[in-house]
Design a protein around this ligand. Structure first.
Ligand SMILES: Cc1cc2nc3c(=O)[nH]c(=O)nc-3n(C[C@H](O)[C@H](O)[C@H](O)COP(=O)(O)OP(=O)(O)OC[C@H]3O[C@@H](n4cnc5c(N)ncnc54)[C@H](O)[C@@H]3O)c2cc1C
Length: 418
């Protein structure tokens, strides 16, 4: 016999778990279907394993400025369940939250897995039935409504359905874009996802020697076909394939734009506050104070932490690093200054979905009643999280979107069906 539920939530990520909790709290019998063998696979890797749970900007109008064109669509939703509700939710579940720079909020334990455990415990306490290792394979409709979902193990039915299957970034976490296909079939318009918040791959092999090094407060100027395009300033993290960190991730979309026009290069400035002449003077003082030492053993005093291997590699033909500091020549110093002030790199591409933090794309917001997260095409369908076409930077804004849309979808789905 087919068991009939009040609400079926498909996808046990951040927004799906929140939707299931809200639906159960509002009295519905809830079935949560997740294709992975455990819940919250992507949530576990958020914030480098620390989970930037939200952005603690309590002024909703200021906060919403970060959601681009979605700003006006989200106002009602965020006044129903916003940042304060999120922090209260987790603190009431005995998960204290702390706020760090750029208002980024994390669990005090700095463990993303604790966030998953809090959600799991709450789901269990509320009696939500959880089906793991179960992929929904098709959506069955009748009379413009969803009347059931088919999985390998059978068919499940409910009054209302929440699609919380996520986007397409990091597909190994289960976000393989299944929801986009279903939504298209149901008559929705979905924007094809592209990786948006994603690192940049470089052609320069030497960067792999800097993997893990962060250039603090550096400058980077991008060039499109040799012409200056735009400049950024902040921390730049080197990885084994290129550059990353919030500054790069949040501006990758600008690089995507100029990549379409052709060749993209950039110059890294490790001393953006001083001009080449002043940097040369600083280098002279260090060399003079360490005259008997070899240049190769003095580089750590001349360049930002961690940069030495790259300098040795890049400059070994131009500079003899075995030279005694007292014998370093002007052309050698000039080469060093030039490299530290304008180290050239060549951008190959944006990393793809496999490295992206967020892929944009999803359902056009005008096709959703954003006060309820109800589909305007199918009256017993609610849509959450990364399935929505909303651009936002890193900094806790994505997960806040999941908590907000999940809570509202779950609450509304639990109400009497329309
Ligand atoms: C590396 C990384 C770090 C991030 N860090 C942060 C951060 O610190 N702060 C922040 O705000 N945001 C962060 N994000 C973004 C954030 O993780 C996502 O926006 C959020 O997890 C999306 O949640 P979701 O519920 O929409 O979907 P997902 O978390 O993608 O969950 C969807 C779930 O649906 C399941 N599913 C898919 N198809 C089916 C099917 N057919 N049947 C059954 N189940 C299915 C999947 O297995 C998955 O578990 C990060 C993202 C990445 C990749």
């Amino acid at each position: 016999m087919i068991k009939h539920y009040g609400v079926i939530v498909i996808g046990g990520g951040a927004s799906g778990m929140m939707a299931a909790i809200a639906a159960a709290e509002h009295g519905a019998s809830v079935l949560l279907i997740e294709k992975n063998k455990r819940l919250g696979e992507k949530l576990r890797i958020t914030g480098g394993g620390r989970c930037n749970i939200t952005n603690a900007e309590l002024d909703v109008r200021v906060l919403l400025k970060n959601y681009g064109a979605a700003e006006k669509f989200l106002y009602s939703a965020f006044t129903t369940f916003g940042v304060k509700n999120t922090i209260d939710f987790f603190e009431n579940c005995k998960l204290p939250v702390k706020v760090q720079d750029r208002k980024r909020a994390f669990p005090e334990s700095e463990k993303a897995v604790d966030v998953v455990h809090v959600m799991q415990n709450k789901l269990h306490r509320l009696g939500v039935k959880i089906l793991l290792n179960t992929a929904v394979t098709s959506i069955n409709t009748a009379n413009d409504k969803i009347e059931g979902v088919s999985c390998d193990g059978g068919v499940y039915k409910a009054n209302s359905y929440v699609f919380a299957t996520g986007g397409t970034s990091r597909p190994e976490t289960g976000s393989t874009g299944d929801g986009f296909g279903w939504l298209n079939k149901l008559g929705h318009t979905t924007k094809t996802p592209t990786p948006t918040i994603t690192p940049l791959a470089l052609r320069d092999q030497w960067v792999s020697h800097l993997a893990g090094v962060t250039a603090k407060d550096a400058g980077i100027t991008f060039y499109s076909n040799g012409a200056k395009a735009f400049k950024l300033r902040g921390d730049i993290l080197f990885t084994h394939f290129g550059i990353s960190g919030p500054l790069i991730l949040n501006n990758a979309y600008k690089v995507a734009d100029i990549l379409q026009a052709g060749d993209v290069t950039a110059l890294l400035d490790f001393f953006p506050d001083i001009n080449p002449k002043l940097l040369d003077q600083q280098i002279i003082s260090v060399l003079n104070a360490n005259g008997t030492k070899l240049l190769k053993n003095t580089l750590t005093m001349l360049a930002p932490k961690g940069l030495t291997p790259a300098l040795l590699l890049k400059l070994h033909t131009a500079i003899n690093f075995e030279t005694k500091n007292s014998e370093v020549t002007k052309p050698m110093r000039e080469k060093l200054v030039q490299t530290l002030k304008a180290m050239p790199i060549s951008i190959e591409k944006l990393m793809g979905f496999e490295k992206a933090v967020v892929a944009d794309g999803g359902v056009e917001l005008k096709e959703i009643d954003m006060r309820t997260m109800r589909s305007q095409k199918v009256s017993n369908l609610f849509i959450t999280g990364d399935l929505l076409n909303i651009n936002r930077p890193s900094g806790g804004y994505s997960l806040q979107l999941c908590w907000t849309t999940g809570y509202i979808a779950g609450t509304q789905a639990a109400l009497k069906p329309q």
